[in-house]
Design a protein around this ligand. Structure first.
Ligand code: SF4
Length: 312
């Protein structure tokens, strides 16, 4: 595996509960990554890969600012060029506190920050919070600051959410920060809440493209580690648990052909999972699924199809 990017879901806990949240984050979620585990994953990954970027996201990572800052420091010691965070900006509630936090983040090595600002996030928070977080980041000298914008279709679309997001971005224009847009995929809460807006596509055939940027099952370039240690190469698709098996081994020994699940997904696609003996009683109704990724995650979750103990 030629790993270029490592991501940590620091927590699935969040101050908000956005209707589109693909991580299904909420104030009720529990679990947060331990700093010692995070340090260990970084040491293991950098020992066998030339990481180009590292990112922490959630949930809301700044619910645990001390942990996030300690982890960024470690990433910076390993000389990872891009050190990144996605945050909803709730830490901008108080301007003076936000300025102190932004300086700590910058000093720890954070050089890229994506602050969520769209119709979904701002149902839960005044616009003033992400604005304060962005202004504090600018003042602290964090190099790359962007609005992180979730869209259903596009910024010019006529659905009520994208229209509202376009208005928000107009209000934010004077701050002079660029935007990173991404299209909402059927995962987490978007499935129930935004179903009518998500365009169904064919469920048949192998996995051709991944929802995660720069990631393929045959040669994954990115791994996301959950607080549980689950090391995922796609939505909820673990190649092992990094708390139990050294991440170094998971990275160097990964072979999509050795795992029946990744092999099926690459060669035949998620509908083939329905023919596994475990799926004997699975109620498959084609119209329930929005696309291959939706079907794939649902089947694996329902049937508890996990990576076999190839490494344990
Ligand atoms: S989308 Fe972001 S801010 Fe909203 S609930 Fe999910 S993690 Fe929290």
């Amino acid at each position: 595996m030629n790993l270029k990017r490592l991501e940590f879901t620091l927590t699935r806990k969040c101050n908000s509960q956005c209707i589109h949240c693909q991580a299904d984050a909420s104030p009720l979620r529990k679990g947060v990554m331990q700093v010692k585990d995070a340090h260990n994953y970084l040491a293991e990954a950098t020992a066998v890969s030339n990481l180009e970027s590292f990112m922490i996201f959630g949930g809301e990572p700044m619910l645990y600012p001390k942990r996030a800052i300690a982890i960024f420091k470690k990433a910076s010691q390993f000389r990872i060029p891009k050190i990144d965070m996605i945050t909803n900006g709730a830490w901008g509630k108080n301007k003076a506190t936000a300025e102190k936090l932004a300086i700590k983040l910058k000093t720890a090595g954070l050089n890229t920050i994506n602050i969520s600002a769209d119709a979904f996030h701002l149902q839960f928070m005044p616009l003033e919070y992400p604005i304060n977080a962005a202004l504090a980041s600018l003042k602290a000298g964090i190099e790359d600051i962007k609005w992180n914008v979730a869209l259903i279709e596009s910024i010019n679309a006529t659905n009520k959410y994208d229209k509202k997001t376009a208005q928000i971005l107009k209000t934010l224009q004077p701050i002079g920060i660029d935007t990173n847009t991404f299209k909402i995929v059927p995962a987490g809460r978007s499935i129930q809440n935004l179903r009518q807006y998500l365009t169904p596509t064919s469920l048949y055939g192998p996995c051709e493209e991944e929802p995660l940027e720069g990631n393929t099952l045959t040669n994954p370039e990115s791994i996301t580690i959950e607080p549980s240690g689950s090391a995922d190469i796609c939505w909820s698709l673990p190649i092992g648990n990094a708390k139990r098996v050294p991440l170094k081994r998971l990275i160097t020994e990964y072979d999509w052909r050795r795992n029946p699940i990744t092999r099926i997904l690459v060669e035949e696609g998620p509908t083939r999972l329905l023919k596994l003996p475990e799926a004997r009683d699975y109620q498959f109704q084609e119209e329930q699924y929005i696309n291959k990724c939706h079907l794939c995650t649902e089947i694996r979750k329902t049937l508890k199809l996990h990576y076999p103990n190839a490494y344990s």
